[in-house]
Design a binder for this molecule. Structure first.
Ligand SMILES: [Zn+2]
Length: 455
């Protein structure tokens, strides 16, 4: 099967060029001025951008967080992802209490298999660090798993890692080619906030209990450790100007990167002051004074734009009795909105916006996830994951998730239309809808752990 994507504005090597793209056997076969004569299928992409399939580097699906099960599983999460051009969903496998990481991984794989409309990649979140677990992490890092997630907070949830623990891991595993994803909010700064006099019935108090300083302190500590031990570090969901600036300054000294999320760009803490502000509780919290942060990100400072999609069911958010907002599950959906909101950063310059998507939603996350040899760019030999994006709509409301969760971006609209999405060369989305909703073809990108020499 040969498919020619004809006459599109193609993101290639950091430029937008008018080219045809030939797809054969699931891969990009050629780019250039190509002859349609011997092809089986032609997609006319005139007036559209042709971009490498997007990657959401940070999502939570099919997970139980505290007493709450997320609204999206692999099926619904990957469905809204693919319908919006996201061809690879990166999500987490978290080692539960009394569970081995391997058992957690097998559980996630069983649930994703046959249910996923786009590709799935797991970041591993180890929570116990026994010698056996560390030995297995070494095998996993050598065997195609490249990303580990650590938290500098959330002691009660059992996922906290102290700076000493983080240093140990940077030292012990840092040279094996993996990348550490770190949630940076300093637990001591958070614990030291004097809650007396703060009104816990008001979700806005969240901005006081998890202050900007907590993020900045943790980023500084973790960056220093990563540089000292030459570990690759990716800081997730950066929400502060000072934190982002520090990362930009230090990035030249080692292998550092960071992401931010649309909610930290297009929303501010005033959303938490609304009557229904508890729906926008997330950690780190929405912040004040967004203009300079937005400007820095518009300049391209963030390596990656990702959602931190964490869709709690509407009824679970609403179950709150109105007394202590800390009972409300923290997180919001965003998956289906990601490419649209990333576009909004540069919407006054569509070519810049298209390149921004190709870089921050595709190339950089692919490299960070360790799949840059297959995904993230439109080069011959790469998987033919591509998006035909029409910047001329019509304008439509955003939809972050098909599930029963409040849409964090309700009221936001987008001029982008997703004409086609190809996954490994097959047209799986036509005009924003799955072509084969009953027949998902996405698959886990990493090897089955049973094929690895684990103990
Ligand atoms: Zn997250």
């Amino acid at each position: 099967m040969k498919t020619l994507v004809r006459n599109g504005r193609v993101a290639l090597d950091g430029r937008i060029q008018s080219l045809d793209v030939l797809v054969e056997g699931g891969r990009i076969a050629a780019l250039g001025a190509l002859d349609a004569a011997s092809t089986d299928h032609v997609i006319e992409a005139g007036g559209c951008y042709v971009l490498p399939g997007f990657i959401d580097f940070h999502t939570h699906v099919d997970d139980e967080i505290g007493p709450y099960y997320l609204a999206d599983g692999y099926e619904s999460g990957t469905r809204v992802a693919l319908e919006n051009g996201i061809t690879t969903l990166c999500t987490f496998v978290t080692q539960g209490p009394d569970e081995t990481l391997l058992r957690a991984m097998a559980r996630a794989r069983a649930k994703a298999q046959g249910q996923s409309h786009c590709e799935v990649l797991w970041h591993l979140t180890p929570t116990s660090f026994s010698p056996g677990d560390i030995a297995n992490l070494k095998v996993l890092l050598a065997g195609g798993y490249r990303t580990l997630k650590l938290y500098t907070t959330y002691k009660a949830a059992g996922i906290f890692a102290s700076y000493e623990r983080i240093e140990e891991l940077f030292q012990g595993l840092g040279s094996l080619g993996g990348c550490f994803l770190v949630h940076c909010e300093d637990d001591e700064v958070i614990a030291s906030v004097d809650a007396a006099g703060l009104d816990l019935a008001k979700p806005f108090t969240h901005t006081r209990l998890r202050p900007e300083e907590a993020e900045v302190v943790a980023i500084r500590r973790v960056v220093t450790l990563a540089l000292a031990h030459r570990a690759s570090l990716h800081v997730v969901h950066v929400s502060t100007l000072a934190g982002a600036r520090h990362l930009v300054e230090q990035r030249t000294k080692g292998d550092l990167s960071f992401e931010t999320c649309p909610q930290y760009l297009f929303m501010d803490e005033s959303w938490l002051a609304r009557e229904d502000g508890y729906r926008w509780l997330c950690s780190p919290p929405l912040r004040g004074n967004r203009a300079p942060f937005l400007e820095l990100i518009r300049e391209g400072a963030a390596d990656v734009l990702a959602t931190d999609h964490c869709p709690f069911c509407a009824q679970d958010k609403d179950r709150w009795d109105g007394r202590d907002y800390r009972q409300v599950p923290n997180g919001m959906p965003g998956l289906g909105a990601l490419p649209h909101l990333a576009w909004k950063l540069w919407e006054d310059d569509p070519e810049r916006a298209a390149l921004g998507l190709a870089t921050q939603l595709s190339l950089n996350p692919a490299l960070r996830a360790g799949i840059g040899d297959r995904k993230g760019a439109l080069r011959p030999g790469m998987d033919a994951d591509l998006v035909v994006l029409d910047p001329h709509g019509p304008e439509r409301p955003l939809r972050s998730t098909p599930s029963d969760a409040y849409d964090s971006f309700s009221g936001f609209t987008s001029p982008l239309a997703i004409r086609q999405v190809l996954l490994r060369g097959e047209v799986r989305v036509q005009d924003g809808r799955l072509t084969q909703p009953q027949n998902p073809m996405g698959s886990p990108l990493q090897p089955d752990v049973s094929s690895l020499p684990l103990t």
